[in-house]
Design a protein around this ligand. Structure first.
Ligand SMILES: [Fe+2]
Ligand SMILES: [Fe+2]
Ligand SMILES: [Fe+2]
Length: 390
């Protein structure tokens, strides 16, 4: 396994574009602006890489505080984010950029750093982030022409106060190019990033992928106290099933990773739905159903791990075709997908939910057995699961 780190972070950034994906593409647009500024400032390859990676992950600390980041402590996401990325391969190198990506140039920010004491990368990501937040908040409400003027004014007036004047000027220079705006707004910004991104790539093997998956699993599980161990629990169950079956080492480890990432798309589901004590409305259930769709799309965007993407994302498909999001049937659901599906059921049933306590292993198995009878989940998978848990 040899994955491209750029692609990996770019894809995972989609999972971090929180708020029901209302701001889908935010991290990628911030990466675009940041890269263009880095080029204007003649940053070297190494520095540009750090800026690029941190642009994708700058809001990683928001992943598990979905609805609270407008409070007085909103800045905490930058501190948390900087700690989280330290656990990623190469992450130590850009953790500081994330920590200070909301510092004001004049020292009035949370950490009270000012001027050159704020890492340059952090100042670049900051202005790019504010640019995109402003643009998206005005989009559709004002004409394109007036939005552009509004943003230029905003950058000008912030120069020397909120923003580093040199960086602000570089960005203002960029805004004089038509191409800059058209690239920024292009429907497929990924292809544009591909053309301009730093080429000397960090490459990722299975060990690093596992570290990344662990980190994201933790973010996903932390979203709700009811799921504090959900992804890791499933991952363990699936890993143990793979051992019982006797899959080779590589497949077994990939299954573990699939378990860790199976609910990746849940990062965009609001806590009000995840933690709702009452029955979900049709509308809310529709939102829930999108999570495995996003899990699969995001994992496939990484490139090179389509097997993991399938195993991870088909866990709500049912043998009789009544599952979601694709309504796959019978043989269309692979052997490993079926194993992961029973692990997901078992793990969910044995965890507390807002509306009930976690069930005992035997009770959970009985419920899954009923699903086997109804032709929803695989009998063979259930038998192997029993060997693992009973
Ligand atoms: Fe932020
Ligand atoms: Fe942001
Ligand atoms: Fe799920």
């Amino acid at each position: 396994m040899n994955l491209n780190y750029n692609n990996l972070l770019s894809a995972l950034s989609l999972a971090l574009d929180v708020q029901e994906y209302k701001n889908m593409g935010h991290a990628r647009r911030v990466a675009y602006i940041s890269l263009r500024i880095s080029e204007m400032l003649n940053l070297n390859e190494e520095e540009s890489k750090k800026v690029y990676y941190s642009a994708f992950l700058h809001d990683i600390g928001k992943g598990d505080i979905y609805e609270d980041f407008d409070t007085d402590e909103w800045w905490k996401h930058s501190e948390r984010g900087s700690e989280i990325v330290k656990k990623l391969p190469f992450g130590e190198n850009f953790s500081d950029i994330i920590r200070y990506h909301h510092e004001n140039y004049d020292g009035s920010g949370h950490f009270k750093l000012n001027g050159d004491s704020i890492p340059l990368g952090a100042q670049i990501v900051f202005i790019s982030d504010q640019f995109d937040i402003r643009y998206t908040s005005l989009a559709g409400k004002e004409s394109e022409y007036s939005i552009r003027n509004n943003i230029k004014e905003y950058i000008k007036s912030g120069a020397g106060k909120t923003f580093n004047p040199v960086i602000a000027n570089a960005l203002l220079d960029l805004t004089r190019q038509e191409k800059f705006w058209l690239d920024y707004k292009f429907f497929d910004i990924k292809t544009i990033l591909k053309r301009i991104e730093p080429k000397d790539m960090v490459s990722i093997g299975i060990n690093e992928l596992e570290d990344i998956a662990e980190t994201f699993a933790q973010i996903i599980d932390n979203r709700s106290r009811f799921t504090y161990n959900h992804s890791r629990g499933i991952s363990n169950l699936a890993y143990n099933m793979a051992k019982v079956i006797g899959y080779d080492e590589e497949v077994t480890r990939k299954i573990k990773i699939a378990g860790l990432l199976h609910d990746l798309g849940k990062l965009a589901i609001p806590n009000s739905i995840l933690d709702k004590p009452d029955k979900l409305t049709e509308e809310e259930f529709m939102v829930i159903k999108s999570h495995t769709y996003y899990t699969k799309e995001i994992l496939k965007e990484i490139g090179g791990i389509d097997d993991i993407a399938e195993w991870a994302a088909n866990h709500h498909e049912k043998l009789d075709g009544s599952g979601y999001p694709e309504g796959l049937k019978g043989d269309e659901i692979g052997e490993i997908d079926r194993h992961v599906a029973v692990c997901d059921m078992y793990q969910a049933l044995t965890e507390d939910r807002p509306y009930r306590k976690g069930l005992e292993p035997k009770q959970a198995i009985d419920i899954i057995a009923k699903s086997v009878k109804d032709n929803k989940v695989s009998e063979e998978s259930l038998e192997i699961l029993k060997e693992v848990v009973l």
